[in-house]
Design a protein around this ligand. Structure first.
Ligand SMILES: [Zn+2]
Length: 445
């Protein structure tokens, strides 16, 4: 073959190679999943060395795809310190000075947990005069009760009667109550304490009038480091704004009984999506807008990675024109049209319809009552005004937070198509002048 022909053949081959690189590949998807959700990473526990390895992996991939460190950063990793309280001795709960046997702390550090126990029907809690200590009657689920209590300044201590619900919670905690924590240097959010009492102890307390209750929680501070991985694809127009594509790389790690929680769906699938979007969008070359790719640490223990990122963004937040968080796209929801994903808070802004208009397989959230819009990392930025949503496959998948959330139980073909459907719409948005906007009443207050 002549040299000229060879060159022509080579040129044709390289023209074909570009679109192939911009294709999401089932092999890449499986490769990332297999590493991130493999036994070796031990479930990527929040703010653990396993999480740091996951972040280092994502960072190395970003570099390999040709992404740069984000503006102002000299590498691909952003670290943050989390200060958490840990129980150092058993709690004590007293009523009129006498210890109450069998009391189990679910959550809280006991701050302000002293006062006369006021008998309170759960449903009437919001209507009752404030009292620091409430003895709760009624069968409201603990999580709902906790959310309700958090929305008030009082009570500081809720005492509840043991039930199947509380037994399941206690089992899930493996003897480690949820004590509050926070990013170093930032004030800890005040949170109420919840204590479960054995039925007999609860009934005895309820029968006493005006029992004075006091809770002591002996705790010490522990410090752990969480890691965000950040990659940057610069745009050609610095004034055009920036897109942020994100997921969380941590999961539940190793449980007290040694069970590894692999988190293939939650959220190795989202991290894989961010990696494949980074690879394909980088292969498509420079767009008008820059794109930040971020895998957050420590989502599962309180969204610390995204909160830290929101407080220390490499570009000012008002330059971020949209954030798409990808969370749990490893399975598709039988409630949704085949092949589609849901976007939380879809109707709150124009982002969902813009992406859908360009072919993204997204639709509205069929579970508004679950408040998913508020329950993922997108919310840290949405609260600060950024148009930020989460895309999910099946938000109420049966393997959620179970040991069965493994690579064997995710749908690689669905994931591949779902991620592929986002490439062109995101590339179009990166090249557009149009800015996604909140609709009236859509912006969280
Ligand atoms: Zn999770």
């Amino acid at each position: 073959m002549k040299r000229g022909l060879l060159l022509a053949a080579w040129a044709a081959a390289s023209v074909l190679a570009v679109p192939a690189q911009a294709q999401v590949s089932a092999d890449w998807v499986r490769a990332h999943e297999t590493f991130l959700a493999g036994d070796e990473l031990r479930g990527r526990g929040s703010a653990t060395p396993d999480e740091a390895i996951a972040a280092a992996y994502v960072a190395a991939q970003f570099r390999g795809f040709g992404l740069q460190p984000a503006p102002g950063m000299d590498g691909y990793l952003q670290k943050a310190e989390i200060v958490r309280l840990k129980l150092k001795a058993p709690i004590t709960l007293t009523a009129n000075g006498a210890p109450v046997p069998g009391a189990v702390l679910l959550v809280g550090d006991g701050t302000g947990s002293e006062g006369v126990a006021r008998l309170t029907p759960a449903k009437a809690m919001s209507k009752m005069a404030p009292a620091p200590v409430m003895l709760i009657v009624g069968d409201m689920p603990v999580m709902q009760l906790y959310r309700l209590a958090r929305s008030f300044k009082t009570p500081r201590l809720l005492l509840i009667r043991e039930s199947a619900d509380t037994q399941a919670m206690i089992k899930g905690l493996h003897g480690e109550p949820r004590l509050p924590g926070g990013l170093r240097g930032e004030p800890r959010e005040p949170a109420p304490s919840i204590v479960v009492l054995p039925a007999a102890a609860f009934d005895a307390l309820a029968a006493q009038k005006d029992a004075k209750v006091s809770l002591t929680v002996p705790a010490e501070e522990t410090v752990a480091t969480t890691t965000n991985a950040i990659g940057w694809l610069p745009g050609s127009d610095p004034k055009a704004g920036v897109l942020l594509l994100s997921a969380h790389l941590d999961h539940l790690g190793v449980q007290g009984d040694g069970t590894v929680m692999h988190g293939a769906n939650d959220d190795a699938s989202g991290t894989t999506a961010v990696l494949e979007l980074a690879r394909t969008l980088a292969a498509k070359g420079k767009a008008k807008r820059g794109i930040l790719f971020v895998a957050y640490g420590a989502e599962e223990i309180g969204g610390y990675g995204s909160t830290y990122f929101g407080a220390h963004p490499p570009v000012p937040l008002d330059q971020i024109v949209a954030n798409v968080e990808v969370e749990m796209i490893g399975a598709q929801d039988p409630k949704l049209p085949a092949g589609t994903m849901m976007m939380t808070g879809y109707e709150r802004s124009t982002l969902g319809e813009t992406l859908k208009g360009h072919g993204a397989l997204v639709t509205g959230d069929p579970y508004p009552e679950q408040n998913f819009f508020q329950r993922s990392d997108n919310y840290s930025l949405a609260k600060k005004g950024v148009v930020a949503h989460t895309i999910s496959g099946w938000a109420v998948v049966p393997t959620y937070h179970s040991k069965d959330d493994t690579v064997a139980n995710i749908d690689i073909a669905f994931m591949t198509r779902a991620i592929q459907s986002l490439v062109e719409p995101l590339h179009a948005l990166a090249n557009s002048d149009a800015k996604p906007e909140w609709k009236p009443g859509g912006k969280p207050e």
